[in-house]
Design a binder for this molecule. Structure first.
Ligand code: GLU
Length: 413
């Protein structure tokens, strides 16, 4: 049976990567689990007067390099193993781009689509109170993730500032610009994915102009990405949300869809002729971008994927087994830990700007982001070529090195 558990399958790839790098078993023992994970229960008053108790987590994988860093997701399917895996991937992402951070991640089991703004605000503030002892601008820095946004970051920062009795903009990233957010942070994940697509297309020897693209998910990453690729002359022939997918072989009207989507990325409910997410993934196209949730390309459908390039904008959309199948079929898979690293990279820029109190223009941010991601892509690509491993394993090899070396210098292993 295929392993669909994100945590244990990540452990397998970590073990493989560390042994290829020549590290001892003790190093694997250190890096196979987060250093700490806090589980919290938060009573929140709902609008109807009742109290609901929510469960949340904050996982800190490794802080040898620097403070831990990573988003907080609000989703009904959040669970401890998922948050642990996500924090491990953050260590790898930060390592690939060379950021002075280790990996962290948080999550709350809830469905914000059914909650009022007031309820979401009270839950966000309760979460910060619950985890305040282990986070902070030099300890662990949260950010947006699935179903969280700059407004939620603003409430969280405000709550933290109240607890600490001073303004702490560097406590969290992904903030609104007026509260110390960075230009370009909202589009950063999609920018990073676009850069990886451009680099991957160069390797495969085709032009982005006229290329047929399918994007699964129309949230923060998927929607901006559709816009960027559309503006670069690519033909976006398929998009989807949690409820279904839209397909037009002549190219979808992206500006219209962006205009009609709601803040959770829902848009397909407005149309009658929809296809399923499963059908979407198997469409005939040049570039496929899973930008939604995990375990979408598995051993069940990997043989039916028709794209030449798969670029993972979501975290964990392709299983380890499916990665092998795609690679064997000659499909270039750009893994999540590389392709989705644009978000945390600009989060780092935001934190740097907060620390120095001097803010950069959007062009400056984008230029710095491009430099980092082009270098990261080519680094991972050349390791995959010289060591004859798939791009996921190569990315883990590049991404784990800083955490392993820093742990060694500190005398932990
Ligand atoms: N949640 C995003 C990720 O998975 C961003 C994390 C951050 O900006 O710290 O990479």
């Amino acid at each position: 049976m295929e392993n669909l558990n994100l945590f244990t399958s990540t452990q397998d790839v970590i073990q493989d990567a560390l042994s290829k790098l020549g590290y001892s078993n003790e190093m694997y023992d250190l890096l196979k689990e987060p250093l700490r994970i806090l589980t919290v229960r938060m009573p929140v008053r709902m609008d109807d007067g009742t109290i609901k108790v929510f469960t949340g987590y904050r996982s800190q994988h490794n802080d040898a390099v620097g403070p831990t860093k990573g988003g907080v997701r609000f989703h009904p399917e959040v669970n401890e193993d998922e948050v642990k895996a996500l924090s491990m991937w953050m260590t790898i992402k930060c390592g690939i781009v060379g950021l002075p951070y280790g990996g962290g991640k948080g999550g709350i089991i809830c469905d914000p689509r059914t909650m009022s703004m007031g309820e979401i605000e009270r839950l966000s503030r309760a979460y910060v109170r619950a985890i305040s002892q282990i986070v902070g601008p030099t300890k662990d820095i949260p950010a947006p993730d699935v179903y969280t946004n700059s407004q939620i970051m603003a409430w969280m920062m405000d709550e933290y500032s109240r607890l600490r009795e001073n303004d702490s903009p560097g406590f969290i990233t992904g903030k609104p610009i007026v509260l110390g957010g960075s230009e370009g942070r909202d589009k950063a994940t999609a920018q990073g994915v676009t850069i990886c697509i451009e680099e991957a297309a160069k390797k495969k020897g085709f032009q982005l102009k006229g290329a047929r693209v399918v994007i699964q998910g129309f949230g923060n990453a998927g929607s901006f990405l559709a816009k960027f690729l559309h503006d670069e002359g690519a033909k976006v022939i398929g998009i989807s949300d949690a409820y279904g997918a839209l397909h037009d072989p002549n190219g979808l009207d992206i500006d219209y869809l962006l205009d009609r989507r709601d803040s959770f990325g829902t848009v397909t409910t407005l149309f009658e002729n929809t296809i399923s997410n499963k059908e979407l993934l198997e469409l005939d196209c040049d570039i496929l971008v899973p930008a939604a949730i995990s375990n979408q390309i598995t051993s069940d459908n990997a043989a039916n994927i028709k794209a030449a390039i798969v670029v993972e904008a979501a975290n964990g959309p392709t299983t380890v087994e499916a990665t092998k199948i795609l690679t064997e079929r000659g499909i270039l898979l750009v893994p999540d830990v590389l392709a989705s690293a644009g978000g945390v990279t600009v989060s780092y820029f935001e934190w740097v700007q907060n620390n120095q109190g001097y803010y950069w223009s959007e062009d400056e941010v984008n230029e710095k982001l491009r430099l980092k991601l082009v270098e990261a892509f080519n680094n991972v690509y050349s390791i995959s070529e010289t060591r004859r491993v798939n791009m996921r394993l190569a990315a883990y090899m590049v991404g784990l090195r800083n955490a392993a070396e820093a742990s060694k210098f500190r005398g932990w292993v």
